[in-house]
Structures are given as C-alpha cells and as structure tokens.
Design a protein around this ligand. Structure first.
Ligand code: TXA
Ligand code: MG
Length: 326
C-alpha cells in the first residue's frame, strides 16, 4: 500500500465504512473546520491508546471529545455552569472546546487522569456525519505527530501518520486552519487555555466579561497539559521578526509576511503572504498550510512577521511562538 492508499473520498458509503472502523476499535482521520483529527471511539480505552501510539503523544496529554449534538455534552460533563451552556448555545457547532468536570463515563486515558474533560461540537458536515454514524463521541486530537505542524489537508495527515489511521477521509482544505479555542472556568470565571479559531473577544462579548489568560498573567489558573512551550513546530527553524528587522537571505530562507512582501523579497528562497487583505481569519486559515509548503520545499529557516495580537491574531501568534522555540 502506498502512502496515499488510505485516503478516501467522504461519500456516504465511506463514512459508513469509517464508522464501522471506529466501532471495531480502530482509528480514522477526518476533517473538521479547524484541522484534521485522528479519531477513535471515546468509550474504548484501547482504541484511544492507539491514538497516542500513532501520534507518539505522551499519555499526560488529554484528548478532545467530538459530539454531534449539544445534549450529548451533558453525558460527558458532570457539571455545566450557566456560562458554559451559554457558550455552547452560541458557538456550537464551531471552533470552541470546553473543559469541565467529567462524568464516570469518560475513560481515564481520554482525560489523562484529570477530573475534567474537553468537549467540542465541530462545524464540518463530514465530521458531524461520521460522529452520527459512529453513534459515539469521537476522541480526536489533531492528526499530526506530537509537537509537529497540524494538518489542514488529507495529504498532510498521510505524510505524517502514513498508514497509522485505518482510513483518512478527504474533505479538502480546512477552512479555519488553526485549532479550536479552549475555555475552562475557574471560580466561575472563564479562562483561556488555548487561543484558537474563535476569537477571545467574541467570547467576552457573549459573556459580558473578560476571559482570563493564564499564560500571560503567570498566575495559578488552570492550564492545558498539551500547550507545551515547543509545539506546532515546522521542520525548519522559525524566528518571529518585526518588519524591517535584519535577516539572513538565501535560497534556504523563507519570509512569511502578514500582508505585503518585504522590500528585498527577491533574495529569499520563498516569500509567503498570509493575507493580502490583512484579514486575520484568512491568515489563520493559511498559516499551517503555508508552513507545510515551506517544510516540503526544504526551507531551513523561516522568518515570520509578528501579527496583530487581536482576534485570531492571538491564535496565530501563539502557534508562531511555540513553533519557534528551539
Ligand atoms: O480544533 C481542535 O481542537 C482539533 C480538532 C481535531 O478538533 N483538536 C485538537 O486536539 O487540537 P489536540 O489534542 O491537538 O489539542 C487538545 C488540547 C491539548 O493541548 C490538551 O492538553 C488540551 O486540549 N486538553 C484536553 N483535555 C484537557 C483537559 N481536561 N484540561 C486541560 N486541557 C485539556
Ligand atoms: Mg495538536
């Protein structure tokens, strides 16, 4: 079997086939609106263990459960504060993950022994159809090797995981392009565990209060075990710069700009523009995709321009910072 032979088009027949694979305790990679996930039956600890094995992911890093109906969240969460329910109603399906105390139904391997579990309802017809057909919540981390770039196409998954997943459903390029925003609650206040595809400002507007940021304030707020310093890393060395900063320039270097090429663009091997219109949603959707392209082109060093720290710029900056840790 070649690398691409486990990529399937997501028609009804193949979604049924994928659901059967999930039932049998094996894994399926599938598209969501954020990035591709590597999914297994969340109630089957052995199947969940194989996710860790395929990704080479440490067991301390818990998985996100994907549901197709808000009601199912109440089987997985023991307590749902009013504010969390408000967010579910407003933003699900969509790129928001909630972390709340878990029920006994959730196996320990899913939550990595924590008393909480992460759940989201993706906004992607193929993901929703698969969850529905599988008749169980699907545990799914991003379908990449641990610490590496997240996949935004089926071939990104195949390149990193090969024949690891029994099947890869090809839904084309994902639209959001960065992972979901993760929110938990501490003393009934919302806490941002990971900046992602839903802007923190939108959550603040819905709740009418500030979302606390544990990383920036360095306080004792809860954190996500998987949000390690080095993560989302391309094979090349990456450096965040401001426009006009001094850089090395040759065919092995690349410049990733927000909206405009640098003056000396001809001297870099490759120049990428995240969004000519300075649209942060478009920039987020292009981020991992373009980093994959640079990786494939064999670029050795990437200079990434600093982005605005608002809206989805926060999620982009988070990925750039973690991807540039040596
Ligand atoms: O957009 C997404 O969220 C994608 C798609 C596939 O849904 N999934 C994804 O999963 O990004 P993953 O496993 O790559 O990232 C999940 C993050 C990790 O940083 C993990 O530590 C955190 O969620 N997490 C999961 N359960 C948690 C919990 N109970 N408490 C704190 N953090 C948790
Ligand atoms: Mg991930």
């Amino acid at each position: 079997m070649t690398e691409m032979e486990n990529i399937f088009k997501p028609d009804d027949k193949n979604i049924e086939k994928a659901a059967k694979i999930i039932h049998e305790g094996r894994t399926v990679a599938f598209p969501t609106e954020t990035v591709y996930g590597l999914g297994a039956d969340c109630f089957n600890p052995k199947a969940c263990a194989s996710i860790f094995e395929i990704k080479e992911r440490p067991l301390f890093d818990p998985l996100i459960l994907h549901i197709d109906d808000i009601k199912k969240a109440f089987m997985l969460f023991k307590e749902v504060p009013c504010k969390a329910e408000k967010l579910m109603k407003k933003f699900w399906p969509g790129p928001l993950t909630l972390v709340l105390p878990k029920t006994e139904a959730v196996p320990d391997i899913v939550s990595a022994g924590l008393s909480t579990v992460a759940v989201r309802m993706p906004k992607h017809p193929i993901a929703l159809a698969l969850i529905r057909a599988a008749e169980c919540p699907i545990a799914a981390p991003s379908a990449n090797k641990f610490g590496r770039l997240s996949p935004t196409t089926a071939s990104h998954v195949a390149e990193q995981l090969g024949k690891g997943p029994a099947m890869i459903l090809d839904g084309g390029r994902t639209t959001v392009g960065v992972e979901s925003t993760i929110i938990t609650f501490h003393e009934n206040k919302p806490v941002l565990l990971r900046a992602g595809g839903l802007a923190a400002e939108e959550i603040e507007e819905e709740l009418g209060e500030k979302v606390l940021r544990p990383v920036i304030s360095g306080n004792s707020l809860p954190s996500a075990p998987g949000c390690l310093k080095k993560h989302y890393a391309p094979a090349a060395e990456m450096k965040i710069i401001k426009r006009g900063d001094k850089t090395e320039k040759d065919k092995n270097t690349a410049y990733m700009a927000f909206s405009e090429p640098p003056e000396d663009f001809g001297e870099y091997g490759i120049v990428k523009i995240l969004s000519a219109e300075r649209n942060l949603c478009e920039a987020a959707a292009n981020l991992f995709y373009m980093l994959h392209e640079l990786e494939k082109a064999g670029i050795k060093k990437i200079y990434a321009e600093e982005m605005p720290h608002t809206g989805l710029g926060l999620a982009i900056m988070d990925r750039l910072k973690r991807g540039s840790v040596k």
